[in-house]
Design a protein around this ligand. Structure first.
Ligand code: FES
Length: 91
């Protein structure tokens, strides 16, 4: 059986990255591509990884939804969210 893997892109002010949607947290993808941002807990508690989502869709697969309500409309916690299409980030 053949499976097609569809890649999307994460575009930052530093780099354009191809990624497989629904697979890794955005912070992990950034790190794998040597884009380092601040972080501490990696669980959505501290808020230190907070960055701006300029466009694209993400979702929080775990119980981070409550904490995400403390974010402004465009901010995301990349440590615990997953991209589901083409994304543009301000870092
Ligand atoms: S590293 Fe703590 S909220 Fe992301």
């Amino acid at each position: 059986m053949n499976y097609k893997i569809k890649f999307y892109t994460i575009k930052t002010n530093k780099k354009i990255i191809n990624y497989i949607p629904k697979k890794n947290f955005i912070l992990d993808i950034l790190e794998q591509n040597k884009i380092n941002i601040e972080f501490q807990c990696r669980k959505g508690y501290c808020g230190s990884c907070r960055i701006i989502l300029i466009s694209g869709k993400i979702y929080y697969p775990n119980n981070v939804v409550i904490l995400a309500s403390k974010l402004s409309r465009k901010e995301i916690f990349p440590c615990c969210c997953i991209g589901i299409n083409n994304i543009i980030l301000k870092i």
